[in-house]
Write a protein that binds this ligand. Sequence first.
Ligand code: XUL
Ligand code: CO
Length: 439
Amino acid sequence: MKTDNRYFKGIPVIQYEGKDSKNPLAFRHYNARQKVGRKTMEEHLRFAVAYWHSFGGTGSDPFGMPTRSLPWSTAKDPVQRGYDKMDAAFEFIAKMGIPFYCFHDYDLVEEGDTLKQSEERLQKLVEYARKKQKETGIKLLWGTANLFSHPRYMNGAATNPDFHVVCHAAAQVKHAIDATVELGGTNYVFWGGREGYLSLLNTDMKREQEHMARFLHMARDYGRKHGFKGTFLIEPKPMEPSKHQYDFDAATVIAFLREFDLIHDFKLNIEVNHATLANHTFAHELQVAANAGLLGSMDANRGDYQNGWDTDQFPNNVIELTEAMLVLLGAGGLKTGGINFDAKVRRNSTDPVDLVYAHIGGMDAFARALLAAQAILEDGEYTSLRKKRYASFDTGKGKQFANGKLSLEDLQQLAKRNGDPESISGRQEYFENLLNRFC
Ligand code: XUL
Ligand code: CO
């Protein structure tokens, strides 16, 4: 594919060269067209680049100023800056061979002084994105609205105690849904970083959650009326920036969707580091979503085992990813969703090529995990060992219990008759070794 060569000069289109390659600018495992089971790797993994970290991240942190300059951010006019940023984004995404991208409204173009100005700017960039998508074949995985950066959202967006702020949030969501529909996005995400509270003393939690549900119903109705056929996604996170976020984890979000009758239009976007912040594993969160039939999409990154905050590092742990891929393949794989790299290079990774290494590493790690998980499932021992642990429910009284045919008294009688159960090993280490064999 022909690509621009303006912002990532000297970076070639990244090719698959196989696992023995020593070329740092090549994939060693991700081979887009390679079949894994019935689908190609590209179809399984559906990778996406996150616009905000990759083209907006300057390396600044709460203690320090930017470490990276963004050469696409120098024009005087904000709309021109948006066009330049988009040129950089599409150049990078095309060179990586990544099929999708994701954005917040104000990643595409900076917010204006008024809502009207913001809307006009966004429309210009959507027009430009449409052209770029057509030229490159790159598609939109999801759009979203940034309802957390501006000071107006310091007390929440849809859950703000001030109705005027809720209206402003609604306007932004309307524009962002319009942009997503216009660009053929297959998902629309809600991540509610400020939908929560800092202190319960000044917060009517019940009322705020009812408002959030009302808001999501309105967004759903608007989207459906205006041609959005894809999936609405909620991205759970327990905290940061709020002390307590309402979308704490997968189980909390599922209960919320059920309580407020949103279960048919919404699924979950599970993020690795959000899972670990909630004291869960990534695989656990995926499994909880999958069990409810609500596994929609993933935000791929990783946390740091020593830090308790959202470090958003690129994925590199093949064993953990294999556990995740086992859950995903078991749930039938991704449908409208994908694997979005919601990850950023470190503050001291200051060269454009570092962003390339980061994505190559993440894609190769996921490719290895996909291959390992597929091989484990094809081998069959893992599945049959796990199934065997529950064999006592497959026949006889165990089966009757599972089918609701027995009472508590029946179980008491059986316990008396059978005596103390023998101890049966859970064989965790054997399972771990089995996994290791394929990674
Ligand atoms: C924040 C986060 C967001 C969402 C989109 O932790 O993950 O970038 O993915 O708003
Ligand atoms: Co995210």
